[in-house]
Write a protein that binds this ligand. Structure first.
Ligand code: AMP
Ligand code: ZN
Ligand code: FE
Ligand code: FE
Length: 281
């Protein structure tokens, strides 16, 4: 089983990278990609824990914003972690998440909802990429809502009056950066419409021209119609089709391996990186 999209407590997942690798081993995964939001900080620890027959594809889920203000998530896999400009891009996004959280907290407070940056810091693992799930956890801690999911449904979703975007590269810029760092770019859950405005079919050609390698088709946030439409786009543009869990530990219902990538698709994707960067014990 090949799962190419997972999160740890280096961003908004709840397992440590070591726990995630152990879980992947226990469940018999053959390839696990580590894709925390806008950071590579879990790579070293995941690599140290690696053993057995599991292969590790190190990566990141890069937050992007189109010029129309549409939020896009780009999975970068198998890129060089020492690529300076890539690390600068990730750091700029992480930095931009701090004023964004302050603004969302101000809006929530103005709406009579009690939550502070201190509350958020107290629930966020040290060093983790700050995100809305941590604001959600602070709201749970304060008794405003009972779960992360309820926090998103009621207060933190993309169309909420409390929602604020953060600075992020365009999808084309993220793809170019991933490719110049030697990796491969797979657009994550592109038709997950319940998250807010999404791309249309015509938007994929410019991404392909920027160097996009694949489309995450099989993801729990896509219904069958959306999966079929994406599979057709992938076919027309000759892009790799992936499936993945987007596992977040106990932060979301998603279970490891619930969607997966076919071996032939993975082999093609892997061959499109500039060198063999898959890690084996
Ligand atoms: P952000 O990157 O700060 O905009 O936050 C987006 C993150 O929130 C994504 O990683 C999602 O996985 C997570 N998220 C979105 N909706 C939910 C939900 N209903 N429950 C838990 N996490 C969610
Ligand atoms: Zn997440
Ligand atoms: Fe995502
Ligand atoms: Fe994700």
């Amino acid at each position: 089983m090949i799962d190419l999209h997972t999160h740890t407590n280096c961003s908004d997942g709840t397992d440590s990278p070591a726990q995630l690798v152990n879980k992947a081993l226990a469940e018999g995964l053959t390839v696990l990609a580590l894709t925390d939001h806008d950071t590579t900080s879990g790579w070293e620890s995941a690599q140290k824990t690696l053993r057995g027959d599991l292969s590790l594809a190190l990566g990141a889920e890069i937050s992007c914003l189109t010029s129309d203000g549409i939020s896009v998530h780009m999975l970068g896999l198998l890129f060089d972690g020492a690529h300076t400009q890539m690390q600068e891009m990730l750091e700029n996004t992480r930095d931009g998440r701090i004023p964004r959280a302050h603004k969302m907290i101000e809006l929530l407070n103005a709406g009579g909802i009690r939550v502070s940056m201190e509350d958020v810091e107290s629930v966020k693992p040290v060093g983790a990429t700050l995100g809305r799930p941590h604001i959600a956890d602070a709201l749970v801690k304060n008794g405003v809502v009972s779960s992360r999911d309820e926090a998103f449904t009621d207060l933190l979703h993309n169309n909420s009056p409390y929602y604020v975007a953060h600075l992020a590269p365009t999808p084309e810029d993220a793809i170019s950066m991933i490719r110049s760092a030697g990796g491969v770019a797979v657009i994550a859950h592109p038709f997950a419409s319940h998250r807010g405005k999404v791309l249309s079919a015509a938007d994929f050609l410019p991404l392909k021209n920027a160097g996009l390698n694949g489309i995450e088709v099989n993801h729990r946030d896509h219904n069958n119609e959306e999966r079929n439409a994406l599979a057709e786009i992938a076919h027309e543009l000759d892009l790799v089709v992936t499936g993945a869990s987007d596992y977040h530990g106990t932060g979301k219902l998603n279970s490891l391996g619930e969607n997966h990538t076919h071996q032939a698709q993975w082999e093609r994707l892997e061959s499109e990186a500039d060198q063999r960067r898959v890690i084996r014990a």
